[in-house]
Design a protein around this ligand. Structure first.
Ligand code: SF4
Length: 331
């Protein structure tokens, strides 16, 4: 067994999940959450069992109630809809997504055409594009480059979703630059540290693996990318699962070495379950393959910190012990 590190929870997911947990403790249930707080089935089920109510849109939240925006971010239109319904909002958008929003606002103000590399329909992309709808054009991978048209090839910049494959994005950028040589780069990497670190780790172990298992949900962009990265890096086969019970006997035919990693929205408890299941199949000798050490941590959302402070309810700092786990079992 080769176990990738880093894997699992990133700082943005850790913060968003803790925001819901602390809101439930402080305000009591129900606490409404627009969209899945993070893209993980287990996390959503666990928080639902504690009293979180996940809705698709703010018009499903009773007027005047409190709603938390997910880690993927929302557009200004969603903020306006919430204000129109007098909702009390807690914005758990990952600060690294907010950074990309700010870049979009800045380049739109300077009248650039913004080529946003990302997946059509993903919540993060909708939020970022919504910051500057008249300037943003979505580029859904290298094959979409030919269809791009801009007003002035001298005033073009590319930005990206935070959870893409680094290699595929660079391929898209290369093809865009062939068409628009003056295209500007983002001021700093938009693909976040956590996405990059998890891909680097899986790339390192994949060539030695007959099979790479990625724990993560189907709608988790960074988890799905890890399967692609593992295959590109030389793993003989790779599958994504939500939980240990999804492991299939036929995947293990002729397999000597198994690699294991997890997406940025996956609590470590799910990885431990898979490790246990693999041990019973004879893959009990575990070697960690570490390519980076992460200690980034974000403070809780501003609105929640302010309410905790006003109520004198103690510590407004993130609870480090919550990292990479959830405190209750799902229903
Ligand atoms: S994957 Fe990256 S951008 Fe997304 S929540 Fe985690 S740290 Fe933030």
């Amino acid at each position: 067994m080769l176990l990738a590190a880093p894997r699992g929870y990133c700082a943005g997911v850790d913060r968003a999940v803790e925001a819901v947990e602390r809101a439930l403790e402080h305000y009591g249930a129900p606490v409404y959450v627009r969209k899945e707080i993070v893209h993980n089935k287990y996390v959503v089920e666990t928080l639902t069992a504690r009293g979180a109510v996940f809705v698709e849109e703010t018009d499903q939240v009773p007027e005047g109630e409190r709603v938390i925006f997910s880690a993927h971010g929302v557009s200004p239109a969603v903020h306006a809809q919430a204000a129109a319904r007098s909702l009390q909002t807690i914005d758990a958008t990952c600060p690294l997504v907010t950074k990309v929003h700010k870049e979009a606002v800045r380049f739109a103000r300077e009248d650039f055409d913004i080529l946003l590399i990302g997946h059509d329909g993903h919540e993060e992309v909708e939020g970022t594009a919504g910051e500057a709808p008249d300037h943003v054009q979505l580029v859904n991978g290298p094959d979409a480059v030919d269809a791009v048209s801009v007003r002035d090839p001298e005033r073009v910049v590319w930005l990206s979703q935070t959870t893409l494959s680094v290699d595929e994005t660079m391929d898209t950028v290369r093809r865009l630059r062939e068409r628009f040589p003056a295209m500007q780069d983002p001021p700093s990497d938009d693909i976040c540290y956590a996405t990059q670190n998890r891909q680097v780790a899986v790339k390192k172990l994949a060539p030695d693996c007959d099979l790479v298992i990625v724990v993560g949900s189907a709608n988790s962009s960074n988890s799905v990318r890890l399967v692609e990265v593992a295959l590109d890096a030389g793993a003989r086969s790779s599958y994504r699962i939500d939980q240990a019970s999804e492991l299939r006997d036929e995947w293990f035919d002729g397999v000597t070495t198994v690699g294991l990693t997890s997406g940025a929205s996956v609590p470590e408890i799910l990885v431990r379950d898979v490790l246990d299941a693999l041990a019973t199949r004879g893959y009990g000798e575990v070697e960690e393959v570490r390519t980076a050490t992460e200690d980034l941590m974000f403070s809780l959302p501003r609105e929640l910190r302010a309410d905790l402070k006003t109520a004198g309810s103690g510590d407004t700092r993130p609870r480090r012990e919550n990292r990479r786990s959830l405190s209750v079992e799902p229903a």
